[in-house]
Each structure stands twice: as C-alpha cells, then as structure tokens.
Design a protein around this ligand. Sequence first.
Ligand SMILES: C[S@@+](CC[C@H](N)C(=O)[O-])C[C@H]1O[C@@H](n2cnc3c(N)ncnc32)[C@H](O)[C@@H]1O
Length: 317
Amino acid sequence: MQKMAKDSPFWWDSGYADHDVSCMGGPSPEIFEITPALRAKSVIVELGCGEGRNVLYLAQLGHQVVASDISEAAISKLNRLAGALGVNITSAVAPVETFQSPAYLDVFIAHCVLHFTERTIWRPLVTELMDRTRPGGFHCFTNTLDQADHPIPEESLACGHKKSFSRGELAAIYAQGGWEILRSDHYIKWDSHPGIPIHSHCIEKVVARKPIGSENLSRMRAEPIKAAGVIPAKQFDNLKLGTQRAAAIEMFGWPSGGQMMTITQKTVGGNNQEAISDGYVREDMIYGNHGLQFVNGTLAGKYRYFTPPKRLIIRDA
Ligand SMILES: C[S@@+](CC[C@H](N)C(=O)[O-])C[C@H]1O[C@@H](n2cnc3c(N)ncnc32)[C@H](O)[C@@H]1O
C-alpha cells in the first residue's frame, strides 16, 4: 500500500506514505483559536482530513472526532498517528461525495478539500451540515481560489481542482442563514510540502458560527493583529523558506504584531518534518500586509494579505 501511495498521481500521497514525516504541518491556527469556545466532548467532523493535523489535536482535547479522506494512505497514517498519540477517533476512507453526516455535530472542518468537488456537491452538503450543527457550533473552511496573478498551481490542477469557489460565496451563504461570520480572510500563501519545494496559493479562509441561543458557551470575536512596519517587496520575494527567526528579525526588525500558538504536549506536525514531535510553537510575525510563519523558529510559510490579518479571541474574557 505504501508503494502504491508513492506511485499515486496525488502529490500528497507520497507524504502520507511516509509515517515519520509531516506532510501538512501542525494544526491550523483558526482550529487552535476556536477550542476555548467549544462545549466539552464536541462532535467534530472533518472531510478530506489528510494525515489528521486538526482532528488529532482536537481528539487530544477530548472531543469526538469523525474524519474521512478519499486517500487510503492518509487514513492509514491518521490511524497510526492516533495510536501513537493514544487518542480515539472514528475514521473512514471515503469521498466527500458519499459522506453521511451524523445526526448532529458541533464543528465542521474542510481544509483545502472542497475545491476538489463541484459546486453541485459542496453546496447541498454545506446546507445539510448547517442544519445539523448544534447552537454555537463552528464551520471552518479553507479553499484556494483561481486568481489571475496567482492561478491554481499545476500540481493542484493535476489532482482535480475544480475552481468551484468564488470569493465571498461561502460567507454569503452563512450570513443568509443567520450565522456569524467570524473570519473571511483573503490572502496569498507560499509554502512547501514533501515533493513540492515551494508553491503559492490564493486562499480564502472562512469561519462561521451558528447562533449560540440560550447555550452557555463563550462568545468570540475577531481581533485585527497590529500590523505596522514593512517588508520591501523584493526582499519578501527573495526570502527563503527555512530562514531562521533571528535572521528575519535582523533583516526586518521586530514586528509590531503577531500571533503565537503554543502546544506543549506531544503533537502532530511539530516542525513540518516530524510526524509527531514534543510540542509545537507556531509564530506568525506581521509586517504591514506581509506575514511570516515560523514553526519552531524556522520559516515555514509566507503570506501577503488582501484582508487585514486577524485572530479569534473570547469576547467576554
Ligand atoms: C491539500 S490536502 C489537505 C489535507 C488536510 N485537510 C490538511 O489540511 O492537512 C487535500 C486532501 O483532500 C483529499 N481529497 C481530495 N479529493 C477528495 C474527495 N473528493 N473526497 C475526500 N477527500 C478528498 C486528499 O486525499 C487530501 O488528503
């Protein structure tokens, strides 16, 4: 099976076939951010979960996780990592197209997967999941958009990218349904994965929350991250992934703003190289409309924001 995955036309499968490396990195920041507002033992559904960087972290916090992916290599690695971390998850090799939702859920995550499905698939699915989500639940999406100056990368087209999202489409669906739009971010991200040295994506990230009603759950709000300073365009373009944090500070000075995500326990994707590591520190340093993402002190991603960078915090804390 591992050999088949290495020969797969899908670029991520060779990274999934290697159970010792991290293909996608650690948990996504918005997943980390919503955790203080979740009810205990939330039901979390992630489609296209890959090797499980989000669901494994959520399972470690005691939530009930249902995760699926079309890739056998992904689910095999996810199950192996769940065993290594000592967490229970419900997983399946299944395409989004045949997904059967549980009766209710609290969180839905689709990170860089629904753009591989047609609008005729994802729209009815989203509507059904909105109905089945309990009050105060979250839906978290990341999708890549086809933008003239940053078209969908060749390797994504080769994997069947459908260009099935336009900017603002998801937020409009949720706003119409009466949900709160906590984030609707638009940016370009440069990053790398095993076998993909560096590529850029035009990304839309949306976090929407169903009204809390009478539930006793914390409210959240998006807070802009202070973003003074500047990185000259040419220096930003030439800045190499792998640059050390200290070298970046020497070049650009201390950033006026940033976001820190620290996980102290054994976790997945610690440094974009090891599948499991002892702790994870992701630091986003913001300079004007540019962001530098350091993982354990090493530059793992670069951002150019069209919308101001934000973080989610508890509103009434
Ligand atoms: C770019 S990876 C993202 C993985 C994961 N969501 C993450 O953020 O780490 C895309 C994932 O979507 C999965 N995928 C692609 N098309 C799919 C489909 N139709 N149904 C389910 N999973 C799919 C792939 O196997 C792959 O794991």
